[in-house]
Design a protein around this ligand. Structure first.
Ligand SMILES: Cc1cc2nc3c(=O)[nH]c(=O)nc-3n(C[C@H](O)[C@H](O)[C@H](O)COP(=O)(O)OP(=O)(O)OC[C@H]3O[C@@H](n4cnc5c(N)ncnc54)[C@H](O)[C@@H]3O)c2cc1C
Length: 392
């Protein structure tokens, strides 16, 4: 390997890992946890100084439902574990009916979700990964890959030590923006239709209050606004600036109308775009395929927007096509734009993270390409770790 790293002017080569996860949002945390629990020597690289991504630094602190809205739980495994972890050091609790022995009838009308706070979640996620033996590298930004003949040998990243190479047998792209997929030659799809957002907390006469500011998602954009692409640096910067202007305007209105002492107490430290760039994999799941069974299902998700629909997520929406040892996780899996709105939220992001991490551990151990993984073995492992794979 030495010549490889010299070519890209790396200053240091990290130890070889079985699995390297890029991105420490909920998807990356789940992937790293799943891989480490399968016995893989795992590292996670994260450009910020803490875990959680949108779900902590972005102040997106509503863990959307694990159920179908008709009283049936459809997501479990690590995704359910993270929901509970979000409450470990903070306020809030599970809905009573979803606690063990809770009222089954009530579950039909009350969904299995929770609000939480970002700081306790950051601490609890980090603790979880350290306990599992994952090597965390903060302040480490993925820049490039070294690949030959459809196999990724290592990722190149930059941090305080300079430019480093991280070698591994399998990789999970949990960057939220499909950064590895794009760089490593996978087909990707980008959306330039992101709306202005500004989730923040104000402090005022009622204490700390959360505000989920956003331009309307499904209707026309306001006249004073615009659309943004997540893979264009000018748009990313402008989105952050415009979001903060939106917050300031909202606080001014609070001050003028009812709360003269109000001020912005917590603003997002991570840009709030919903759907930026995704993998275009061997299969692209569509919203019309609701209730369809797939032989390579790796888990189920409900629809956070309404009760009823249940979707099986095929492994082919996750496995890399042009790279034997790459899997995608979280809000970047291969789904149509309609379906993207369903799979981009926290519970399915954590679910696909668990599947990708488990698949990466199997790939690292056996050397079998992700797209050819023995699906039954993958499903058995996921099932043994709490995942619901078959429809209720
Ligand atoms: C405005 C808004 C409102 C939302 N509302 C909700 C809601 O109420 N409930 C809900 O469940 N979901 C909601 N979502 C969606 C949800 O928060 C996210 O889609 C989900 O958390 C995605 O998780 P992820 O791990 O896939 O990606 P991310 O959270 O984006 O994590 C990606 C991680 O990778 C890191 N990273 C990125 N690039 C690199 C790189 N080059 N090198 C190293 N690290 C890198 C990032 O720092 C980050 O930590 C909302 C999203 C938005 C934008």
């Amino acid at each position: 390997m030495a010549h490889v790293w010299n070519e890209v002017n790396t200053v240091a080569v990290e130890a070889e890992y079985d699995v390297c996860v890029v991105g420490g949002g909920v998807a990356g945390v789940s992937a790293a946890l799943a891989a480490a629990r399968e016995g893989a020597k795992t590292c996670l690289i994260e450009k910020e100084y803490c875990l959680g991504g949108l779900a902590t630094l972005g102040l997106i602190v509503i863990y959307l439902p694990l159920c179908d809205g008709h009283g049936r739980q459809v997501i479990s495994g690590i995704s359910e574990e993270l929901l509970k972890v979000s409450l470990k050091y903070g306020p809030g609790s599970l809905p009573d009916c979803w606690k063990e022995g809770g009222n089954i009838e009530e579950r039909k009308t009350k969904r299995y979700l929770t609000d939480y706070h970002a700081a306790p979640m950051i601490i609890a996620l980090e603790e979880l990964l350290l306990e599992a033996g994952v090597t965390i590298m903060y302040d480490t930004r993925f820049c490039s890959v070294h690949r030959e003949n459809g196999i990724i040998h290592g990722v190149i990243a930059e941090n305080k030590s300079g430019r480093i190479g991280i070698a591994a047998k399998a990789f999970v792209d949990a960057s939220g923006d499909a950064d590895i997929c794009f760089t490593a030659g996978e087909k990707t799809v980008s959306l330039n239709t992101n709306r202005r957002t500004g989730w923040y907390f104000s402090m005022g006469k009622d204490g700390l209050v959360r505000h989920g500011l956003t331009d309307p998602i499904y209707t026309e954009i306001p006249k004073d606004s615009r659309l943004y692409a997540g893979d264009k640096h000018e748009d990313v910067t402008q989105h952050a600036i415009d979001g903060r202007k939106m917050i300031l305007k909202h606080v001014q209105a609070l001050k003028n109308e009812s709360d003269p002492g109000a001020y912005p107490a917590l603003i997002p430290f991570y840009d709030g775009m919903r759907m930026t760039r995704r993998l275009s994999g061997a299969y692209t799941l569509d919203e019309k395929e609701v209730f369809r069974d797939f032989e390579d299902s790796i888990g189920l998700t409900g629809d956070w927007r309404k009760p009823g629909p249940v979707f099986a997520l095929p492994w082919r929406t996750i496995a890399g096509v042009n790279n034997a040892n790459l899997a995608a996780a979280g809000r970047i899996i291969s789904v149509t734009t309609d379906m993207w709105d369903i799979t981009r939220v926290i519970p399915p992001a954590a679910l696909t993270g668990q599947a990708a991490g488990t698949g990466a551990a199997i790939c690292a151990k056996t050397g079998v390409a992700m797209k050819d993984l023995p699906v039954k073995k993958l499903q058995d492992t996921l099932r043994a770790n709490g995942m619901i794979i078959e429809k209720p």
